[in-house]
Design a protein around this ligand. Structure first.
Ligand code: FES
Length: 156
């Protein structure tokens, strides 16, 4: 798919065909922690195969992973809790046993992409988020809508 990028107010580039990034689609279910909302985050083509990308709204950054080898997508906090680095989207993904994981590029702490637990035995935890891909677009589910002025933008 060919896309032209457009500049946003914050000079982040987002694909031009994403006109409504951050728009809320009908919530899919009532989750254990309350109602879930799906947000258009980016185009699937923006996330490299067997790699990650970062989407953000406001101060929050979410790492999105296209785990092609497993045929699965994952979304987690982008911030590594070890030294508070916004780095996990640039981490190497792999599998430990049957557990999909990401390794922080700084000091190689690894986290489960399913539960967010630190797999090194350290007492760190990251959040994970439901993610789905429909018609070439990636949606992330959050427990509440982000403020409209902070709609998702693809971080480059
Ligand atoms: S900052 Fe991620 S492992 Fe140290």
């Amino acid at each position: 798919m060919t896309t032209q990028n457009q500049e946003t107010a914050s000079n982040q580039k987002v694909p031009s065909f994403i006109k409504n990034a951050g728009d809320v689609t009908p919530p899919p279910s009532e989750g254990a922690g309350g109602r879930l909302f799906w947000f258009l985050a980016c185009a699937a083509a923006d996330i490299p195969e067997n790699g990650g990308g970062c989407v953000k709204y406001g101060d929050k950054q979410i790492a999105v992973f296209n785990f092609t080898r497993r045929g699965e997508w994952y979304a987690t906090d982008n911030m590594c809790p070890h030294r508070m680095q916004m780095a996990l989207s640039r981490g190497m993904i792999g599998t430990q046993g049957d557990e999909p994981k990401v390794a922080c590029p700084f000091h190689k702490k690894t986290f489960s992409l399913e539960t967010g637990a630190c797999l090194n035995g350290d007492d760190y935890q990251i959040k994970t988020y439901p993610v789905k891909v429909e018609d070439g677009l990636v949606y992330i589910s959050l427990p509440q809508p982000p403020p409209k002025e902070g709609a998702f933008e693809l971080a480059k």
